[in-house]
Design a binder for this molecule. Structure first.
Ligand SMILES: C[S@@+](CC[C@H](N)C(=O)[O-])C[C@H]1O[C@@H](n2cnc3c(N)ncnc32)[C@H](O)[C@@H]1O
Length: 263
């Protein structure tokens, strides 16, 4: 079952998945889809669009931001129950709206001033909800980054669903690469693997020191996050109680917190 497989990896560490995802993203074209600005959606392969539409359900309930509609893997989708090895692509992390991203998006929608100051990067954007929240709140420039190219395609569909102009989506790994200047970097549920958490910690600290970037992290309190040394350098911004269905899907986690990283 695809859904159980995703939860298992997040719950117990995901080194293999990440390695696999990085490898597959190196094989695939890594590109900035700037052309979406000019011709929204037209760049999507029709077969891929059909696959994503057939195997997801539009959902606006059961999460913290009912004003954002998303194509997600739900119990009514074939692959909720189907054997995971029949799923033809990499693990669809983008088909789940993770509690960390939910909290960040809620915070951004309720506090538009947090993003209005300038450019926003949603790192590990998955379904793209947090980037969409930033656009809805009036951020002047929004970029999304996810190493899974299918996530990029799902984000285009999700922008369409919310009548939001698609933002540039970068599908290569930018952690540890030369730094662009971002006013704000947001990361939802990205501290689920020790190696990834170490790289993020180092790279984010450099972004802050080089460009004065602000960093907001959304996390529901996963052990990999709570046990990481970045945790002692975080300041709690807000805590949200999770909706019942998100609690059930996340092994009973009950709330999700937005943290500000200030090393
Ligand atoms: C648990 S999901 C969180 C998605 C979204 N932020 C949310 O909260 O709903 C983690 C996402 O990070 C992406 N990811 C993993 N390693 C990455 C990396 N090095 N750079 C960018 N994205 C990465 C995965 O493909 C996946 O979509």
């Amino acid at each position: 079952m695809v859904f159980c497989r995703l939860k298992w990896f997040i719950g117990f560490g995901s080194r293999d998945v990440l390695t696999k995802a990085s490898r597959s993203s190196n094989r695939s074209t890594s590109l900035i889809w700037r052309c979406y600005h000019r011709t929204p959606g037209s760049f999507l392969d029709p077969e891929m669009r059909a696959f994503l539409e057939e195997n997801t359900e539009v959902s606006s309930s059961g999460h913290l931001t009912p004003e954002i509609r998303l194509r997600l893997l739900t119990p009514r989708c074939r692959f909720w129950q189907e054997r995971a090895d029949l799923w033809p692509y990499g693990d669809p992390f983008w088909a789940i709206y993770w509690p960390g991203g939910q909290a960040l998006s809620r915070y951004i929608l309720d506090n538009p001033d947090a993003v209005r100051m300038g450019s926003v990067l949603d790192l590990g954007s998955g379904c793209g909800a947090t980037a969409i929240a930033a656009v809805m709140s009036g951020a002047s420039q929004v970029h999304a980054n996810d190493i899974d190219p299918i996530a990029g395609m799902a984000m285009v569909l999700n922008c369409e669903l919310n009548n939001v102009n698609p933002f540039p989506i970068l599908t290569k790994n930018i952690i540890d690469t030369e730094l662009d200047k971002w006013d704000l970097i947001v990361l939802g549920d990205m501290f689920y693997d020790e190696q990834l958490a170490n790289s993020l910690h180092h790279w984010l600290r450099k972004c802050i020191r080089t460009h004065g970037t602000k960093v907001l992290i959304g996390d529901p309190g996963r052990p990999q996050f709570l046990g990481h040394r970045i945790h002692s350098q975080l300041h709690k911004v807000v805590e949200y109680s999770l909706p019942e269905s998100t609690r059930q899907e996340n092994n009973g986690l009950t709330s999700s917190i937005v943290w500000s990283y200030q090393p």
